[in-house]
Design a protein around this ligand. Structure first.
Ligand SMILES: Cc1ncc(COP(=O)(O)O)c(C=O)c1O
Length: 425
């Protein structure tokens, strides 16, 4: 290396690829729930590479599957089938709810979103898509247009997309309180479609719990109301499970199962392959069959990622990680709520399973992104990695690998407590 990492970062990388911390953390290795930086400092990883190393770093089952596959056959393109690709498609059809059945594999969540939207448009022959405010769906022009965060959007935006109200109860646009609000935010979708589209929509796309948005968690009825409205106007319902999928939200395999709605399409990435690049879109057969033109993805369905995903799902199922996540997630929330009692700057604690968001505020709920930055730095000093999010950058996120033990949760809470004390002093 020619100079210090921070200097090289400034010289050779896009500044828009913003890393955490004033002095960027340069990671070198990881095992289970622990990572080490290049100087040998160890951290308890409670962000899991943005909710992606779902069963922990270097999990032996994934390592073994990948090491067996690489020398055997590492690439094919989508012009050929492989057995791992077929096996993963079959597995996803088996574990997803309802009649979801046909898959298209890509390399990232963004591409999987693109696939879902195109599928919905082919099937419905409509163009308008409704997404939610505070949503994040990826980095392409379409995906940033779907996203409801000014800071992630590009100068150019795709036409034919409107943004509905999410259920951000802590900062309710309608200045009401659940349940007295009668879900005004959800019902507003009807007027949004009638007034800002041509009345025929292709899809409503949403995250069951908004991830980058800061783990905004709707009341139970929200998706039943909004999916029903979208379907009344001809649209299909797409559940973006990139963050919530595969046990992350606890109890169930998928986030949308908490809300009792069956989607027409689901989108996966991140935790599906424990860090191997992957994106997947699963659709009801008649939707997948409606895609007319040819389409290829050179790396989509790559056999190395396919076996990584199969190994990951085997562990998720064999260890019943959705149930484990519900249990250790309860421990995380109890500990964080106890800290909230002590630190008034923790305005809201929300999420499900191992998606715990803490919204940091000053008086009158004024967003405090500076406190979020300070808490990340303080946690780093305590040997704890946590993440950040929220429209205002003021939400701290705790999302360890799903395999985290009760003892490690206790350790994480202790470290977080000490970090909180540093911030308040
Ligand atoms: C909910 C959601 N959808 C889509 C994406 C895009 O995924 P990727 O970064 O793999 O393109 C993300 C990424 O954070 C996400 O959180």
């Amino acid at each position: 290396m020619s100079s210090e990492p921070a200097v090289m970062q400034g010289k050779y990388l896009y500044p828009a690829m913003r890393t955490y911390y004033a002095d960027p953390l340069v990671l070198a290795e990881g095992n289970g729930r622990r990572v080490k930086d290049v100087a040998g400092n160890e951290y308890l990883d409670c962000f899991a590479g943005i909710l992606t190393t779902s069963i922990g770093h270097a999990h032996p089952a994934v390592v073994e599957a990948v090491c067996r596959q690489v020398p055997r056959l590492a690439h094919t393109s989508t012009c050929y089938l492989t057995l791992p690709l077929l096996q993963l498609a079959e597995k996803l059809a088996e574990i997803t709810p309802g009649t979801l059945q046909k898959c298209y594999f890509t390399n990232s969540g963004t591409e999987a979103i693109e696939t879902a939207i195109a599928t919905a448009r082919f099937y419905t022959r409509a163009h308008w898509v409704v997404s939610l405010r505070h949503a994040y769906h990826g980095r392409s022009v379409l995906a940033t247009s779907l996203s409801g965060h000014a800071s992630w959007r590009l100068a150019a935006s795709e036409p034919g997309i409107v943004h509905a109200h999410n259920a951000y109860c802590y900062r309710c646009t309608f200045k009401q309180t659940y349940p007295g609000c009668d879900l005004a935010c959800a019902h507003d979708l009807d007027e949004l479609i009638r007034t800002t589209t041509n009345g025929q929509i292709a899809a409503l796309i949403a995250e069951p719990i908004q991830g980058v948005g800061g783990f905004i968690t709707p009341p139970p009825e929200y998706f039943q109301i909004t999916a029903a409205i979208a379907r009344r106007y001809g649209g299909v319902f797409i559940s973006d499970e990139v963050q919530t999928g595969f046990g992350r939200s606890g109890k169930f395999m998928f986030g949308i199962q908490h809300w009792g709605v069956e989607p027409d399409l689901m989108v996966f990435a991140k935790g599906l392959a424990n860090g191997a690049p992957i994106g997947a879109t699963i659709a009801r057969p008649e939707l997948a069959d409606a895609w007319g033109p040819n389409t290829i993805s050179t790396f989509g369905g790559n056999p190395v990622s396919m076996v990584a995903a199969l190994a990951t799902l085997r562990v998720v199922e064999e260890q019943d990680l959705p149930a484990h996540v519900a249990a250790v997630g309860g421990q995380v929330f109890a500990g964080v709520r106890a800290l909230q009692e002590r630190y008034s700057y923790m305005g809201d604690v929300r999420g499900k399973g191992l998606m715990c968001g803490i919204e940091l505020v000053r008086e009158n709920r004024e967003p405090a992104p500076d406190l979020a930055a300070a808490l990340l730095e303080a946690a780093r000093l305590e040997g704890l990695l946590i993440g950040r999010g929220g429209m205002y950058g003021n939400v701290v996120r705790l999302t360890p690998p799903l395999t985290i033990t009760a003892a490690e949760v206790a350790e994480a809470l202790e470290k977080l407590g000490r970090a909180c004390a540093r911030v308040s002093s």
